[in-house]
Write a protein that binds this ligand. Sequence first.
Ligand SMILES: Cc1cc2nc3c(=O)[nH]c(=O)nc-3n(C[C@H](O)[C@H](O)[C@H](O)COP(=O)(O)OP(=O)(O)OC[C@H]3O[C@@H](n4cnc5c(N)ncnc54)[C@H](O)[C@@H]3O)c2cc1C
Length: 394
Amino acid sequence: MPNNAVMNGSSVENFCAAVEAVLDDGFREMAAEAERQGVFPREVLARLGAAGVFTDKWAGGYRFQLAKLVGLYTALGAECSGGVGVGVSLHDSALAILHRFASSDHLRSLCADATAGTAVLCIGASEQTGGSDLQAVRTTAVRDGSGYVLTGAKAFVSLSSVADFALVLAQCVENGSDHRPGNLGLFALPLTSASVGEPYDKLGANSLDTAPIEFDTWLPAEALLGRPGIGLAAITWGLTHERLSIAAQVSGACDRVLGLTVARMMRREQFGKPLFGHQALRLRVADLHAKVAMLRLALQGMAASEQIDVRTAAGLKVTAARLGQEVVGECLHIFGGAGYLTAETPLARWWQDMQLSRIGSGTDEVLWEVVAAGMKPDFNEYDALFGEPEPRKE
Ligand SMILES: Cc1cc2nc3c(=O)[nH]c(=O)nc-3n(C[C@H](O)[C@H](O)[C@H](O)COP(=O)(O)OP(=O)(O)OC[C@H]3O[C@@H](n4cnc5c(N)ncnc54)[C@H](O)[C@@H]3O)c2cc1C
């Protein structure tokens, strides 16, 4: 066990210190190499696992410790390696599902290996027919003896070229004929039983390789998380974890980018004074600084409340992602031409990476729908103020 290993259920401060010890120069070299090669570095998960980070984070069982989630992903976000940060959080979000829904020895053993960082997990939910609308997935799991035949194709599976297992969302068909739409199940599919396609060329997050997968294989019933019908609840639990992780990553990244931009504004002079001396720029950055502080405080407040809530997570993620895009876009602009040149500053790469936060684990519109479904009208106040409308006179 390495020296920086942490005890189960350590304090948040000790947990964050263990995370910081992993995010050293070696981590930065791995992240840079992964960015060049376009392949997620498995070694990052192995190191986090060996340092006891996942074991500690999940020490309290499936109700993950929110302050540790915020600490881990704010620190990863500040590294500004969008692909590596999202790759870690996808593995960890799959772990969130396993810690809650693993009901067989097979799945509990996979959960233990993934918590130790010796097995890598990914998530195969979206398909050509079902991205935002996960109920529309066409992958089927047809009951066959003591297991299921899992058949289908997943359009976007990040980490699939380096992972061991994918958690795959499928329509469960119990007796071969009566297919009830919405009877979703989530299966742990060994990727040795799937065909992984070529990773996509994409706008950013190069260290997060994303590829399609196809499969037509028999799996024992022990590979099913929970029971048929709870697949949507299980994936929603994982996505809630992922959305909170992304909000924290955006917060960490924005703090770092703003700090660098303010330094740039104080160092670079135009029209005889530092950029910071130009009120138009200074106030724009102050506005962003205040908004990012609100995001940080919102995450801390949520962590202190220890309440995990699907709507709050959806609202935080969409608001953070849109703020992140605004912050990095404005900072790139303030760096001027150098911000646009990829060899001179990393701003353009960071801007490209940030675009993914508005799409992955639920787009803006899908998350706003989640928020809208929880909005409550105040009819009492409304009726007291405005009363019933007068019937129209002809
Ligand atoms: C780099 C990358 C990595 C990914 N990794 C994974 C992964 O590891 N695992 C995985 O399962 N998925 C992954 N995804 C898929 C991602 O979750 C989906 O792309 C995303 O959820 C959107 O689905 P879609 O692409 O099918 O878009 P669509 O669902 O077709 O949506 C298209 C547009 O329409 C909007 N829209 C859709 N429905 C509505 C509505 N009712 N009202 C208003 N607007 C609507 C959406 O907001 C979006 O702007 C990844 C995607 C990318 C780009």
